[in-house]
Design a protein around this ligand. Sequence first.
Ligand code: WCA
Length: 404
Amino acid sequence: MGSAPANVAEMWRARRADGPATVLAIGTANPESCMTRDEFPDMYFRATKSEHLTGLKEKFKRVSQRLGVERRYLHHTEELLAAHPEIIDNSAPSLDTRMDIVKTAVPELSAKASMKAIAEWGRPATDITHLVVTTNSGAHIPGVDFQLISLLGLRPDVRRSMLYLNGCYAGAAALRLAKDLAENNRGARVLVVSAEITVILFSAPEEGNFQTLVNQGLFGDGAAAVIVGSDPVMNNPIERPLFEIMAATQTIIPNSEDAIVMYLTKVGYGGKISTRENPMLIRDNIEKCLADTFEPLGIFCSDWNNMFWAVHPGSSAILDKVDAVLKLKPEKLAASRRVLSENGNMFGATVLFILDELRRGMDKAEHGELPEWGVMTAFGPGLTVETIALHRCPAHGMDKVDQP
Ligand SMILES: CC(C)(COP(=O)(O)OP(=O)(O)OC[C@H]1O[C@@H](n2cnc3c(N)ncnc32)[C@H](O)[C@@H]1OP(=O)(O)O)[C@@H](O)C(=O)NCCC(=O)NCCSC(=O)/C=C/c1ccc(O)cc1
């Protein structure tokens, strides 16, 4: 070696960021077509030629009322379903058709959300160093991550991680991965994308199949993009830090492996969601997940109302149980309920929409009302729980750190 080698420990430290991973920008997008809870049953039973199932349609309306979804954006319009009759036939092989649809629809929706995030961030797309993409809608190689390089004009050497089929915890899992990437690679800027097009889950109503009713009343299409990086640049151009990601954990709820099971079949998704048990399993385990995430930070919270909340709204029944066990005031889950009501459950993208909703509160001069510390939590197959400790960034300069 020509020059004296640097101390290995110093070399290692120099490659790592000084500060925690920070959310620097958020963008969201939905398909154009929107259906309200009142409009959807007529379309659904007409498009699937099921209008003779009048009792089931009334039951579907009753179940839909309980799910907490007022409107949803769906890529599968009545016209698209009419053009692909195999999708409405529960016994016809339709996986190829569904995969063809999501192959372009998911990257396009992902790009729409990403462009918004990049525009807000204010730096060129070529400054993105890492890409973490997650979807349950498809399983192509090269995947959505690859398509985004040309759609967004990213560098060909952007380091990509594609997470397929992570269920509803996918968005939080992607954020957890982005945290590690940002903190372990000085100067890294990670684009996180979570996108869902639920045509993969569409099926016609059937007597005795309650699962279908829940699926068709609950899930919606959307994409969210978040830019994560440590040590925000404070000049030329300025980066605007929103939330510091202070801790991120993942755990499995004991004895819950059968609670949500999904798999691809020739007719799209198959599987089972234990609709009665899931709210209870989450209620009984959430406090331990919170303690395991916050206590290593030295935060022992005595009143969870002192935090802001981004809880994945699996359905309103799940939010009700979280509310009850943590004794939360009604406004604490307002962002989760609003996103569920306005978009449906968009799997992994949902918590990122909620984060966007929370920061909009900050932007609307409600900054003082958002507590300094907050929680993101998401649930999915496993049952897997992701829990993230968030620290709201001060509008300018540094807040002193208070215990919640
Ligand atoms: C809306 C539910 C389903 C029912 O609400 P409820 O307040 O308990 O309602 P009721 O007890 O009044 O029941 C309403 C109707 O539904 C019926 N029902 C009530 N549960 C039943 C029942 N399990 N059987 C069959 N009839 C019933 C009940 O009999 C009744 O029928 P009817 O008297 O004719 O009006 C509610 O329990 C609920 O929201 N449960 C939680 C749903 C849930 O687990 N969500 C998790 C979403 S996360 C997720 O699914 C992820 C998916 C995923 C996706 C993609 C991936 O790649 C991976 C994963």
